[in-house]
Design a binder for this molecule. Structure first.
Ligand code: SF4
Ligand code: SF4
Length: 356
């Protein structure tokens, strides 16, 4: 069965603010039935790495937040700490970065919450009936929200081909431990040439899994919590990014299913096809867009909205061919959507409903 995807182009003959289109798209998803008085509603987005300029324009969130305030909800902006070392590795740096990129209380008069704790330790184990996973590790302040609006910047991705709604509710809502499980089949690794034997990692390891000989070494006792990655002042502990794209995408679909099922009918997805960079917003830089700005989409089906976004980008790229496939020849980004469909997350068949 096909799912409805509501779509507004960037064309604006009547010269109305594009923000009014976002309000109309959101209204098509029946927000009154999903978001109620005093509910803590997570507006899940991606604040962009420091140095990147392709991430979602903060102003696009304004109609979403205004709608939630109109419905007397208590919305908050949410993201989670990253697995890689950068400006979003711990909550303090992440909040600085969010502020600098325009996601802050001054702009929206709502709090900004990094949902998995100071160094990504606030993680909940949630069961999922997947093919690869039987449980997932989710950022607790996302899981404990009453409802969610998922606002995704649709773009390319160097590991998964594309990043949209499915990626936002999987990798984007997982705790650091969850991200490790999706990205790797092994524990963190110590880059010995960088290690100064300061001992901070061992002092922070609850599993007593770090020994010295004389540089830090991670033993079999490691539980994969990744706390040591966040505390090492030399960035000497890293991830063995050894999981294949196919498996990462399948695991992502299973994480996404856990989140989507948890919120049931209290979740709406908005995708923005603007500044479609070939790479993820986690990069501290970005290349020229692969297609023109195409507009905004809304749906209650994360699979349908991503498939519709992918098809629109392919249709409007200079030669009408999927631009991500040309950049990442080895990656089939549809795997995440097909697997998501197979496990009952949504449908790759969709019906576009134009919204002016
Ligand atoms: S925290 Fe980093 S530098 Fe210090 S001992 Fe551990 S790995 Fe080495
Ligand atoms: S990942 Fe966690 S358990 Fe493993 S060595 Fe690092 S801090 Fe210890």
């Amino acid at each position: 069965m096909s799912s409805k995807v509501f779509y507004s182009t960037m064309q604006n003959k009547g010269l109305q603010s594009p923000l009014s289109k976002i309000t109309r798209l959101l209204n098509k998803c029946d927000p009154k039935s999903k978001y109620g008085s005093k509910q803590l509603v997570a507006v899940k987005t991606h604040f962009g790495e420091y140095g990147n300029t392709a991430f979602l324009k903060p102003v696009y969130l304004r109609p979403v937040i205004e709608k939630l305030k109109q419905l007397k909800c208590n919305p908050f902006l949410a993201d989670t700490n990253t697995l890689y070392v950068g400006m979003r590795t711990n909550t303090v740096d992440h909040l600085h970065n969010a502020f600098l990129n325009g996601f802050n209380y001054s702009t929206f008069q709502i709090p900004v919450i990094i949902a998995d704790g100071l160094r990504g330790e606030n993680s909940l184990d949630i069961p999922v009936d997947g093919e690869l996973l039987d449980h997932v590790k989710i950022a607790s302040d996302i899981y404990n929200a009453d409802a969610m609006v998922v606002v995704s910047h649709f773009k390319g991705h160097e590991l998964t081909g594309i990043g949209g709604a499915v990626k936002n509710i999987s990798m984007g809502c997982a705790s650091r431990q969850g991200k490790l499980i999706m990205h790797s089949t092994s524990k963190p690794v110590v880059h010995k040439e960088k290690c100064t034997s300061c001992g901070l990692c061992a002092a922070n390891c609850a599993a007593d899994a770090i020994v010295f000989g004389p540089k830090a070494e991670i033993t079999e006792a490691c539980t994969g919590c990744t706390r040591c990655v966040a505390v090492c002042p030399e960035s000497a502990i890293g991830i063995d990014w050894n999981e294949s794209s196919d498996n990462t995408q399948r695991k992502m679909a299973e994480y996404a299913k856990a989140i989507h099922d948890h919120f049931e009918n209290k979740i709406v997805y908005l995708n923005f096809i603007t500044d479609v960079a070939p790479t993820c917003d986690c990069f501290p830089a970005n290349d020229t867009p692969v297609c023109p700005d195409l507009g905004f989409l809304a749906s209650t089906d994360p699979v349908a909205i991503d498939k519709a976004s992918f098809d629109l980008v392919a249709k409007h790229s200079p030669d009408g061919i999927d631009p991500f496939g040309k950049i990442y020849e080895e990656i089939d980004p549809i795997i995440q959507l097909k697997h998501a469909e197979k496990i009952g997350l949504g449908s790759t068949s969709y019906e576009i409903k134009m919204v002016k």
